[in-house]
Design a protein around this ligand. Sequence first.
Ligand code: ADP
Ligand code: MG
Length: 611
Amino acid sequence: MADIIKLLPDAVANQIAAGEVIQRPASAVKELLENSVDAGSTEINLVIKDAGKTLIQVSDNGCGMSETDARMSLERHATSKIQNAEDLFAIRTMGFRGEALASIAAIAQVELKTKMQDVELGSLIEVEGTKVRRQEATSCQAGTSIQIKNLFFNVPARRKFLKSDSAELRHIIEEFTRVALAYPQISMSMTSNKRYLFKLKASNQKQRIVNILGNQYGERLVPVEQSTDKLKISGFIGKPQFAKKTRGEQYFFANKRYIRHAYLNHAVDSAFQELLPSDAFPTYFIFIEIDPKLLDVNIHPTKTEVNFQDNQYVYAILRSAIKQSLGKFNVTPSIDFDVEQSFDIEDKPEKQEIRNPFYREKSDYNPFDDLQKSRFAGTGKSNIKPDNWEKLYEVTKDFRQPEDKKKIASTAEDDASSNELASDIASKFFQMQQKYILTLIKSGMMVIHQRNAHYRILYEQFLESIEHKKAISQKELFPQNISFSREDAEILKEIQGDLELIGFSIKKFGSNTFVVDGTPAGYQNNNIQELIESSIENYKKNLQDINIDKKILLARAMAQNMAIKTSTRLSPEEMQSISDKLFRCKVPGKTPDGRLTFYVIPFEEIEKKFG
Ligand code: ADP
Ligand code: MG
């Protein structure tokens, strides 16, 4: 049989390679912008026609190329950025694979004009589907200008797969934005069908973000700063109250390269954990500077997926940096018990001033300590003093009870006074719609959301149990059997220890069956099977977490599951107990996922209504 293996002609090989690097107009835009950055430009202009399908042009004022280099730049594996494999570990440039221009030249009509700074004439080269059509000296400005016309003209299959102009343009804008965010010192512009979409002056980091995303971001951002001997983290996060319902504004950069990193994203999420509702995504622009040796960018042709040598280290530092900023700038709504009149935690995000009371600068700061301690911090070090929470309950003059009835917390001595006690409580708490607890406090009428409040109480109780390894457990009168699939049973075994820390007593019975004979204090007729099942689900979803977060998540899931439902009738004693316990919490004002637990209608407001 005749030999059948042949070497592919260059043009075909280039086309195939191009498919990996250039998937759509936006990929070409990314490569060209990055080349201009690598060339040391201080000004880069992008011109787009028909979402890049007709024309993509990038001009810069960078170093330019010599005549030979200009011709070479269009060859595959032609790069000025690395010479040998070792250089791969010291990359400071955006490009290095030497295939972008060759790929583009294989699938489009390219016109390249380039001139080095200190020479008279530049070069002009025209290439179409890898073939050089024209090459001559030309007079042009210093720098490089590349026009790409009719992308995929010779790969109709690819062209057919392009999305609508508006979709492709969105991709281009995204690529432009990523480079613009990473290089605020470069002035950059972009036009689409002759209309300016961006005109960005060189500026500082924050100003660049604001220029791209809009002026309203000026007051939405909080800086993040953290350095260790291995890396430097800087950038900005959005205040929690401006979090988005979609994952739009989330940017990580490693050595100024935009990257995607699910694990790091999780670090940010977990730092924000208590401050955001579960369906909101934090805004962030995080820049990580790290020795290129500790970073592998070579794992993907478009280089957006990178790996840190020590992901967990970066995770820990990042998470702590963000927690610190959130604490330092006190961006979380807080209750100030020392100021009697301000007992009002209604969310008024735009008026919220930036205060600095919770944060103490520590010279011996160790982020890993913080990881340990911050479990309970939630919204920053709380200034709520558990000792004087009862101040809240001082009734106003008009409503003051006789002296002897005031101390409802004192134990009843005889029947008569315990009756009085009961009536006292009854007069202080009302339930509304089997959902809210109403009571009067010094400054107004307080409305407590019974379920949200109980969720917060249980959550902190469970965290406390975990922290002090001292769970308050109650024996079940009738131990219950629960059973699971093989996989879930394995997981239950893994989290059994944590569940016991919360107050469960679980014993293995058969291979996939367990007996539960103790539950956390406060547990009431929930379906144990369901409760444990949901914890297992939760655990599976978060398998990536580092140890500490699993416990927090578990406490959260458990608290959420066990909190009293709305439409549960409460006795006055139960209402009192919820209210008391809520204000002994570290963060009484919100549920762990950021919903309001109570609200005060100030007397002035009631008075105004009648005035
Ligand atoms: P890489 O960026 O990976 O080196 P490219 O194919 O993108 O590969 O570019 C090939 C080479 O062409 C670069 O290494 C660089 O020397 C040169 N080059 C490309 N674009 C420019 C530009 N805008 N200004 C100066 N030189 C450029
Ligand atoms: Mg390049």
